[in-house]
Design a protein around this ligand. Structure first.
Ligand code: CMP
Length: 142
C-alpha cells in the first residue's frame, strides 16, 4: 500500500510520535485516513460529539472558542484529542486557514493507540496540559 509508506514518513515527523517503533508507526499508518480540507472549512465544531483525532501534514488551521481565536497550528501538530480522551463534546472550533491535509484516526483506534503506548499517552497529556495552561479561559465553565 504506497500511501501507508508515505503516512509513516509523516507520522515520524510528528514530535509526539517520534519515539514510536517502526512497527507501531506502520500499524498507525494502516489505520489512518487522509483528509483534505479547503480553506475556510470547519473541520471540528465546538459542542459536537468527538469522532476523530487529526494530525496536520500540510497547511494551517485556526482554533477558536466562542468566536475568540485561541491559536493556529501547522504541520506536525495535532487536534481533536480532548473530546476523545474525555468522551466529552468538542471544546473548540477548528477551521482550515488554507488548504489543509490531515491524517485522521477514529475514536476507537486513537484510544487503543494510547492504551498500547503509555509513553505516547504521557507525552500527549503533557501537550494537553500545556494547551490548557496557555488558554485556561477557553475551558472554564460558562
Ligand atoms: P477537541 O476538544 O476534541 O476539539 C477541539 C480541539 O481544539 C481540542 O480537542 C484541541 O485539539 C484543540 N484545543 C482546544 N483548546 C485548545 C487550547 N486552549 N489550545 C490549543 N488547542 C486547543
Amino acid at each position: 500500500m504506497p500511501e501507508a509508506a508515505s503516512y509513516v514518513d509523516h507520522l515520524r515527523k510528528v514530535p509526539i510520535f517520534s519515539k514510536l517503533a517502526a512497527k507501531e508507526l506502520e500499524h498507525i499508518a494502516r489505520s489512518v485516513k487522509e483528509r483534505v480540507y479547503e480553506s475556510g472549512t470547519v473541520i471540528i465544531k465546538e459542542g459536537d460529539p468527538g469522532l476523530g483525532f487529526f494530525l496536520i501534514t500540510e497547511g494551517r488551521v485556526d482554533v477558536s472558542h466562542r468566536d475568540h481565536r485561541i491559536r493556529d497550528m501547522g504541520p506536525g501538530e495535532f487536534f481533536g484529542e480532548m473530546a476523545l480522551m474525555e468522551e466529552a463534546p468538542r471544546s473548540a472550533t477548528v477551521t482550515a486557514k488554507e488548504r489543509t491535509r490531515c491524517l485522521q484516526l477514529v475514536r476507537w483506534d486513537f484510544r487503543a493507540l494510547l492504551k498500547e503506548n503509555p509513553d505516547l499517552a504521557v507525552r500527549m497529556l503533557e501537550v494537553v496540559v500545556q494547551r490548557l495552561r496557555e488558554h485556561p479561559a477557553a475551558h472554564a465553565e460558562p
